[in-house]
Design a binder for this molecule. Structure first.
Ligand code: SF4
Length: 220
């Protein structure tokens, strides 16, 4: 009980810091609330797209996206690399882009790392609105912890999930961890998923980012 209260306090503090950075921020007690918030933030019939995200699937937001109420640019339906690339480019002009974040700091920053880089590109600029679904497991104290979170948790788990033959998929941590490598250091593997690094701090476009912090773990 006390743990839950402490966690909600942490989420509320983080939400307040995000608001100070010109982002909308919400705390959802559970996935059902998170899905309802997403519903309120999108108009039926609008064009939506998303980055690859376990959190979207686990939370039920992906089911909402596929419900038929929206014009969903769905890359999972693409059969060729060309079709997928076209969806990636069309996503830059969509109304709402949905994704998770690799980490959210209690200072109100979002940290995202990408291999193909279409996701961080759309987060930074393009879609009119960006909705983030973030489980409580992704809240960290500061950017140092965010970098460490990707190297020790997010990247290794995602490379295993995606069956990529990277060093971290075998050892459970980034190859750069032992040498105390900085954010951009890592392997030279062709399948590396850590290539582009985006820190979203204070936003010039107020409320373009909508961050939903969920009081339960989601994704990696
Ligand atoms: S740089 Fe390479 S080894 Fe390091 S986390 Fe990324 S994919 Fe894994």
């Amino acid at each position: 009980m006390q743990e839950n209260e402490e966690m909600l306090e942490m989420l509320n503090k983080t939400a307040e810091a995000l608001r100070k950075n010109n982002m909308q921020a919400f705390v959802a007690q559970n996935c059902r609330q998170a899905v309802n918030l997403v519903k309120d933030l999108m108009a039926e019939g609008e064009t939506i797209s998303c980055g690859g995200s376990v959190s979207l699937a686990q939370s039920g937001v992906m089911d909402l996206m596929k419900s038929g109420a929206y014009n969903f640019l769905d890359r999972s339906k693409c059969e060729t690399r060309e079709e997928t690339e076209e969806i990636y480019r069309k996503a830059f002009c969509c109304d709402t882009y949905l994704t998770s974040a690799n980490a959210v700091t209690m200072n109100g920053e979002l940290y995202n790392v990408d291999g193909n880089s279409n996701r961080v590109a759309a987060i930074a600029y393009g879609p009119k609105s960006v909705i983030f679904i973030v489980g409580c497991n992704k809240i960290v104290k500061d950017l140092d912890e965010a970098v460490a979170r990707v190297k020790h948790t997010a990247a290794p788990k995602n490379t295993v999930r995606l069956e990529l033959d990277t060093p971290c998929a075998k050892t459970g941590e980034c190859i750069s961890c032992k040498s105390g490598g900085d954010a951009g250091s890592g392997c030279k593997n062709e399948k590396r998923i850590c290539c582009s690094y985006l820190v979203s701090g204070f936003q010039r476009h107020k409320d373009r980012y909508k961050v939903i912090l969920v009081a339960q773990p989601l994704g990696y």
